[in-house]
Design a protein around this ligand. Structure first.
Ligand SMILES: C[S@@+](CC[C@H](N)C(=O)[O-])C[C@H]1O[C@@H](n2cnc3c(N)ncnc32)[C@H](O)[C@@H]1O
Length: 212
């Protein structure tokens, strides 16, 4: 007997077959809210690498990409950042607002592939953790261009994705689709430059920082 595929795989496959790189995220959060599926990336706590790295915001503006249920956004808000957090899945945004009713975070439904124009060069800190890797590679250049565009002069972007060099790339079945070093470095475009690039979690994830 074979084990059935988890709901995220089944939904992702159907969504991608229909040509949508993102529809399955809301379907998964909705199924999870009904107790019919698990969202594999939810931890109920902020990303530990981000928690170890973050510095006080002192009122500066931060943008959290793919904010899911809000844990990373709340971490930044608790460290004094004025946080906007967005996700393409309305159910995730609603859930984050419901989890943190007193929050100062501005939770927004938005698509990294079609972001609001007034986010251009608007954020002192941009946090991208394992979201772009969850979209098929065809969408990566557009997603990375949007990401780079959010960063204000003098700001910092942090980008963390699964490191292709730590995977068996030949037999890998996404999502996610891991990043090569060159792809991580490609965030350095349109006036953005790489500051640091290392691996964390025993070499399995890149942790890269950029500035403009
Ligand atoms: C793999 S999860 C990672 C969530 C969170 N960043 C973390 O570290 O746990 C990817 C998240 O990005 C969201 N997402 C995927 N594509 C997106 C897009 N094009 N624009 C905005 N959010 C997106 C999904 O709904 C999901 O919440």
């Amino acid at each position: 007997m074979t084990t059935p595929d988890p709901a995220d795989r089944v939904l992702a496959r159907a969504s991608l077959a229909e040509g949508s790189p993102t529809a399955w995220f809301d379907q998964l959060y909705t199924a999870a809210a009904r107790g019919e599926a698990e969202v594999p990336w939810t931890r109920g706590a902020p990303n530990s690498d981000l928690a170890a790295w973050i510095t006080p915001g002192e009122g500066r503006r931060a943008l959290v990409v793919g904010s899911a249920l809000g844990d990373d956004a709340e971490l930044l808000a608790s460290r004094g950042w004025a946080v906007t957090a967005f996700d393409v899945a309305p159910t995730a945004v609603e859930a984050a607002r419901a989890r943190f009713p007193e929050s100062t975070v501005d939770y927004v439904v938005a698509d990294l592939l079609h972001p609001p124009a007034d986010w251009h060069h608007a954020f002192d800190l941009v946090v991208e953790i394992i979201n772009i890797q969850a979209m098929p590679r065809d969408f990566r250049p557009a997603a990375i261009a949007s990401l780079a565009g959010f960063l204000a002069p003098g700001g910092t972007a942090v980008v963390s994705e699964v490191a292709e060099e730590s995977t068996d790339a030949e037999h890998w079945e996404g999502p996610p689709w891991p990043f090569s070093r060159a792809e991580i470095e490609s965030v350095a475009q349109d006036g953005v430059r790489l500051v640091s690039l290392e691996t964390v979690r025993e070499g399995t994830r890149y942790w890269a920082t950029f500035t403009r």
